[in-house]
Design a protein around this ligand. Structure first.
Ligand SMILES: CC(C)(COP(=O)(O)OP(=O)(O)OC[C@H]1O[C@@H](n2cnc3c(N)ncnc32)[C@H](O)[C@@H]1OP(=O)(O)O)[C@@H](O)C(=O)NCCC(=O)NCCS
Length: 196
């Protein structure tokens, strides 16, 4: 298929669905994006009004298509049909053959294993469907939950570099951990899973 990033497959696991973000999701996005704890280590937020979430879908997620990236997945709770987070390829890396993953989840859904599974599905989509050669992911040193989720996938730590986020209310200075997975790492890990 030409330009597969324009037609991303819908994925389901447990009571969760991953499907492309739509403009209608903005109220749900506001719901988790207004929480200071949720956005603590992110470059955006907290949102003060729903319109900010609407703008983020219009100006951050939708324009990805023009950059050759999928819009991004909404993580949906199938029991309530509410969007409870996102997981997305937000930037291209290495001459367009790979991309970096970002993720965020509503606070009420933390620690249920949802992002660990969503990341697994995203890696599969990246290599098997989008045909990437590399996937990158990063977290700040203080972001232990993110580190734990990443550590459960076969990523390799590539660098630890000082990083600074300036947000309206405060500045975070921390180390940024950068990881990468190649398609060879991915296929190797799948073979070892099959042998278990
Ligand atoms: C990071 C995030 C997506 C994790 O999602 P999640 O669905 O709760 O993750 P999981 O349940 O799959 O796994 C979380 C792991 O972190 C651990 N964890 C969570 N908070 C922790 C903490 N403060 N200290 C130590 N471990 C912690 C959990 O115990 C779990 O590990 P375990 O399965 O070995 O017990 C979620 O916390 C979030 O949305 N954070 C805010 C946004 C963000 O920081 N995004 C990442 C940017 S790099």
């Amino acid at each position: 298929m030409k330009k597969p990033y324009k037609h991303m497959p819908v994925i389901t696991f447990d009571d969760i669905m991953l499907r492309t973000i739509t403009q209608k999701d903005y109220k749900d996005m506001f719901d988790y994006g207004k929480n200071h704890e949720v956005v603590r280590y992110l470059s955006w937020g907290p949102f003060s009004i729903p319109k900010e979430a609407k703008k983020s879908i219009q100006h951050i997620f939708y324009p990805r298509l023009k950059k050759g990236l999928p819009i991004g997945y909404a993580i949906v709770d199938l029991k309530t049909s509410k969007m409870i987070g996102t997981i997305d390829f937000h930037s291209k890396i290495k001459d367009e053959q790979g991309a970096e993953i970002g993720f965020v989840l509503h606070h009420d859904y933390w620690n249920k294993g949802i992002m660990t599974q969503a990341l697994k599905e995203m890696i599969k989509v990246g290599f098997d469907y989008l045909g990437y050669d590399y996937i990158r992911i990063r977290h700040l040193g203080q972001n232990i939950a993110s580190q734990k989720v990443i550590s459960k996938a076969p990523f390799k730590l590539k660098s630890i570099e000082p990083f600074r986020i300036e947000k309206a209310a405060r500045v975070i200075e921390d180390d940024m951990y950068t990881y990468e997975m190649t398609k060879e790492d991915y296929h190797g890990s799948q073979q070892s899973e099959r042998h278990l």
